[in-house]
Design a protein around this ligand. Structure first.
Ligand code: PLP
Length: 401
């Protein structure tokens, strides 16, 4: 905390007193040379772990050619990455951004502009769901609808209606002539690693088709292999019209993308949207390199395999420490432990044992390790977690006595 106060950085973050100097795979090394097992992957960003040789080579290679052109000129790697994303998903059009929030902003603009261009300018409302997180810009905090992120920032941007989670009756009642789209994360990440039932996603698809609405997925956290499919929506079979992607797509290089069908993107004509940095050659080189690995035969099968191993370890922690944690949730390598003590205490105890996890909403401890993690590395993480949980349980006993 003291360090934080002396720093000139906005006081919006409070990192622990730890400084990492380098990383390799699932490991981070601090300035004392101590190794940590990283089950955060920078919030599901470092999908291939730290310093993956293929990504390092792609970035170095591009750095010696062209860093930046803006979208004044064609960027061949941008077209290539868009082609590959479209070939592997529902999409036919892509707009590249620098972040997740910008990808959501593009998704919202795409949906509104779609209705506007079809002669329905009154259709501006985006229906979202309780517990959602869509970013921190003014529009995306309105979309997320969480009071703690909206407070003090002036009037909430209009055109967002928040509905209860997984409640079809409320959804049916909310759809009207001003509805433009439904926006949902297939698994709520920040909201507490809460999967949306596949049947509900399929129902959303049907309702969108019935009412002429656009279905927007926020796969910023769940995409690019995180759940063991390229995108999480594949588990449900209900494809969206528009999808926001970021985090894992750049493996640690800032990049996002808004994907859409040709029809959904039909209102996004010449000059109506833009970006200086989005789709920059460095980001595109790395994004293509990430896809080289994630789309390789066997990679997603590895993720599915490891997700079973992680789930087993977490389930055993629930069995062994019922006073600390009560259940496991999530899919693939995005899993959470619902905690009975403050999740911050569990994350801190784990950090003391040099294994890193993230808090999430609903008092959940979130695990989003690099997708390249092995069973051996998960076993090591587990033994460090055992030590952390044992220390917490012992501390609780002392307190009782
Ligand atoms: C991280 C995240 C965002 C915001 O992405 P930024 O890059 O931080 O703007 C939006 N939606 C979801 C589901 C996220 O996990």
């Amino acid at each position: 905390m003291a360090m934080q106060n002396q720093s000139h950085i906005y006081a919006t973050f409070s990192p622990p007193a730890l400084t990492f100097e380098r990383g390799e795979g699932v490991r981070l090394y601090d300035d004392k040379g101590e190794d940590y097992v990283d089950l955060t992957a920078g919030i599901a960003v470092n999908a291939l772990g730290h310093a993956h040789p293929h990504l390092v080579a792609a970035l170095k290679d591009q750095a010696e050619k062209i860093w930046h052109l803006s979208n004044l000129f064609r960027i061949p790697d941008q077209e290539r990455l868009a082609d590959r994303l479209c070939a592997a998903t529902f999409a036919e059009r892509v707009f590249f951004t620098n972040s997740g929030a910008e990808a959501i902003e593009c998704a919202i603009k795409t949906a509104r502009r779609y209705h506007w261009s079809k002669g329905n300018p009154q259709r501006i409302n985006i229906l979202t769901f309780e517990g959602a997180f869509h970013g921190r810009t003014l529009a995306t905090i309105a979309a997320g609808g969480q009071a703690k992120y909206l407070e003090g920032f002036g009037p909430k941007s209009p055109g967002f209606v928040q509905l209860p989670f997984d409640d079809e009756a409320a959804l049916l009642a909310a759809i009207d002539g001003e509805t433009a789209a439904l926006l949902i994360e297939p698994i709520q990440g920040e909201g507490g690693v809460r999967p949306v039932p596949a049947a509900f996603l399929r129902r959303l698809r049907e309702l969108c088709d019935e009412h002429g609405l656009l279905l927007i997925y926020d796969e910023i956290q769940t995409g690019v292999g995180r759940t063991g499919k390229f995108f999480a929506y594949e588990w449900s079979g209900a494809a969206p019209d528009i999808m926001a992607v970021a985090k894992g797509l750049g493996g640690g290089f800032p990049v996002g993308a808004c994907l859409a069908t040709e029809d959904a993107a039909s209102g996004m004509t010449l000059g109506v949207h833009g970006t200086t940095f989005g789709g920059n050659p460095l980001a595109m080189a790395v994004g293509n390199a990430v896809l080289d690995v994630v789309l390789e035969d066997g990679f997603l099968a590895h993720v599915r395999e490891m997700s079973k191993v992680l789930r087993q370890h977490l389930a055993e922690l629930v069995d062994n420490y019922p006073d600390l944690v009560e259940s496991v949730r999530g899919e693939g390598l995005l899993q959470g432990l619902k905690a009975k003590v403050p999740n911050t205490e569990i994350v801190a105890a784990m950090r003391n044992e040099r294994v890193l996890a993230i808090t999430a909403g609903d008092n959940v401890v979130r695990f989003a390790p690099p997708l390249v993690i092995t069973a051996e590395e998960l076993r090591e993480a587990r033994s460090r977690m055992d030590a952390a949980f044992a220390a917490l349980a012992a501390a609780a006993k002392t307190k009782e006595a």
